[in-house]
Design a protein around this ligand. Structure first.
Ligand code: GDP
Ligand code: MG
Length: 163
């Protein structure tokens, strides 16, 4: 079985964009409308000259635990619990949100190794974006711009350090 990397985060932070970049497919549905990806979506990343790993994109956690949103959150938790490393994806333009805070709490509970991925740092001060999330205490963090493939090599290096 391939090692598993899980993409977790609130809706619209760029999880599916990152999934597509990692797996080089358009399987994940990228959408401006939050909450579009509802089910777990698995793919395989095959970076050149490196061993392949599996990637699971999750639907995003919107904070509510009722109905469809609750089911989606449970799916995301299940994905995180079985992952070798969790990529906790956040929006570097918007900074930390209350939902990010909630996700961090349950991610800590899973005990899984977690890499903070601060996305959408194209055209902004990436270091400042990273600093805004410093209070999360996740020493393993990286700034990327998935839509522009920025930071991808560094991200892959971090991922492999956990596999
Ligand atoms: P998800 O809900 O977390 O899966 O987010 P999506 O991958 O569907 O992306 C949500 C929106 O953010 C889309 O409009 C993307 O084009 C946009 N987006 C994703 N990555 C980036 C990025 O690196 N920079 C910018 N500026 N926008 C991005
Ligand atoms: Mg998505």
């Amino acid at each position: 079985m391939l090692p598993l990397v899980a993409l977790v985060g609130r809706p619209n932070v760029g999880k599916s964009t990152l999934f597509n970049v990692l797996t080089r497919t358009r399987d994940a549905l990228v959408h401006d409308q939050p909450g579009v990806t509802r089910d777990r979506n698995y793919g395989v990343a095959r970076p050149e000259g490196r061993p392949p790993f599996a990637v699971v994109d999750t639907g995003g956690i919107a904070g509510q635990e009722e109905g469809l949103a609750g089911a989606t959150a449970r799916q995301a938790r299940a994905a995180a619990e079985e992952a070798d490393v969790v990529l906790f994806v956040v929006d570097g333009r918007e900074g930390p949100s209350a939902i990010d805070d909630e996700i961090l709490v349950w991610l800590r509970r899973t005990g899984r190794p977690t890499l903070l991925v601060v996305n959408k740092t194209d055209g902004i001060d990436a270091q400042q974006s990273l600093n805004e999330f410093a209070r999360y205490g996740l020493s393993d963090s990286i700034a990327v711009a998935a839509a522009h493939r920025q930071g991808l090599d560094a991200l892959l290096a971090r991922i492999y350090s956990h596999l």
